[in-house]
Design a protein around this ligand. Structure first.
Ligand code: PMP
Length: 426
């Protein structure tokens, strides 16, 4: 029951003649049988150029928290851009957005906005270096903080002895020399890495979302917070994925620990390019004085800010979180039950919020990247993702599922039924 992908193949060939690899983000190279070409999306659904319909859990890789084409966001953007798009100056949307965000998140009272999570992570590191006068950055194996030097590491390569980041061709070895790679969820490893007294910041995802879906061990975030404070390093929490998916205050609110700097992106603006660096006013003061540089032609463009204001206001006004967690839990339970009924070791890891990681392995919470690697048969997972796509269900290529407020109980029931068929064909 392979659907027709012939128009997708033709579009991919056409694109590949003029676009390297036929995609504009290397993550999308993984598309099977070719990277797909979509024509339309609405709510929980997505359609491709062959007319195939999908229940979409890729969610634009996370931003589509309210589902596709949300009318409140679309209306706000259309109304705003009718008055112009980019002014090389400020708009009233900026204060409105900043007021909404700082009201929602108690530990953020000052922000800067940009376009991508990548650049806000780099700005956070720059501020940490300026604040501490130190240069080293501790980051963690299996976490992701964007594609640029020096924070990108080759996820396929082992970390060499001495904690030097494994790089991909063309990356700056000099820039990477300031990065210390560390195992996450390991207090002793972090303590040792901080020992040199030359660390400007510790940068982490509060829940590991870029290698499986792994919760922090009990007390780990608290310990990391204390170690940073004691050593004078700033703690940067990257909530690019978790932000606004675990209630308004994200994973930091859930675990009761917060960083000196927080990065938000993705779910904050429903698919429009907007990323935020948030902190206390004193941490951002040097940026505000013009001493630490942060610039960008498109920063705070009208469309992005209108989308951000509308998304945030909608989340504050409607509090979709109890229902979103209920639907996410329903889907995770459904996946686990189907696996058990079929007698296969399919697991849905769910740690709250609105993401689920599927894998083949032992049925227990994952603790580390190594634990995940030993408990996730990647080949079988890829095959399952393909079989699901053939049956109209689209998680991300690595088996992470983003649930949105547009997903209904009926969507979940349909998804679980299709999964049952897919497992039958595996
Ligand atoms: N941080 C995390 C935790 C991410 O998952 C990502 C993207 N998946 C980024 C940063 C980079 O964000 P962007 O793609 O917007 O540059």
């Amino acid at each position: 029951m392979t659907p027709d992908y012939s128009n997708n193949a033709a579009e991919h060939a056409r694109r590949s003649a003029v676009i390297a690899g036929g995609v504009n983000s290397n993550v999308r190279l993984a598309g099977m049988p070719v990277p797909l070409t979509f024509t339309r999306a609405d709510g929980s659904r997505l359609w491709d150029v062959d007319g195939n319909e999908y229940v979409d859990y890729a969610g634009g890789m996370g931003p589509m928290l309210l589902g596709h084409n949300h009318p409140v966001v679309n209306d706000a953007v259309v109304r705003a851009v009718a008055r112009g798009q980019l002014f090389a100056g400020q708009t009233t949307l900026e204060a409105e957005f900043g007021e909404l965000l700082t009201t929602a998140i108690p530990w953020v009272d000052s922000i800067r906005v940009g376009l991508t999570g990548t650049e806000m992570d780099l700005l956070a590191v720059r501020i940490a270096r300026a604040t501490t006068g130190r240069s080293k950055v501790i980051r963690f194996v299996g976490h992701y903080h964007g594609w640029l030097d020096p924070l990108f590491v080759n996820p396929a390569a082992a970390v060499p002895a001495g904690g030097q980041p494994p790089l991909t061709p063309g990356q700056s070895v000099a820039a990477a020399a300031d990065v210390i790679m560390c195992e996450w969820n390991d207090v002793a490893a972090l303590d040792a890495a901080l020992g040199g007294g030359d660390v400007a910041c510790v940068l982490m995802e509060p829940i590991m979302c870029n290698t499986g879906l792994i919760a922090p061990a009990d007390g780990y975030l608290q310990a990391a917070r204390e170690l940073c404070t004691r050593s004078g390093a700033l703690l940067i929490i990257d909530e690019v994925i978790t932000g606004f998916r675990f209630g308004l205050t994200g994973a930091q609110g859930t675990y009761g620990v917060h960083g000196d700097l927080t990065v938000y992106a993705k779910a904050i603006a429903s698919g429009f390019p907007l990323a935020v660096l948030g902190a206390s006013a004193d941490v951002l003061a040097a940026v505000g004085r013009g001493e630490v540089n942060h610039s960008g032609t498109y920063n705070a463009a009208v469309s992005s800010l209108a989308a951000g204001v509308a998304t945030l206001r909608h989340l504050v006004d409607t509090n979709p979180y109890p229902d979103l967690e209920r639907v996410s839990g329903l889907l995770a339970d459904g996946i686990n039950q189907v696996g058990q009924r079929r007698g296969v070791d399919l697991v849905a890891d769910y740690v709250g919020g609105s993401m689920i990681q599927t894998r083949f392995g032992e049925h227990r919470p994952m603790r580390s990247r190594a634990d995940f690697a030993a408990n996730s048969d990647r080949d079988r997972l890829s095959r399952l993702v393909q079989l699901l796509q053939d049956r109209g269900v689209r998680p991300t290529s690595r088996g992470l599922w983003f649930v949105s407020t547009a997903h209904s109980d009926a969507d979940v029931a349909e998804t679980v039924g299709r999964l049952d068929e897919a497992l039958g064909a595996l």
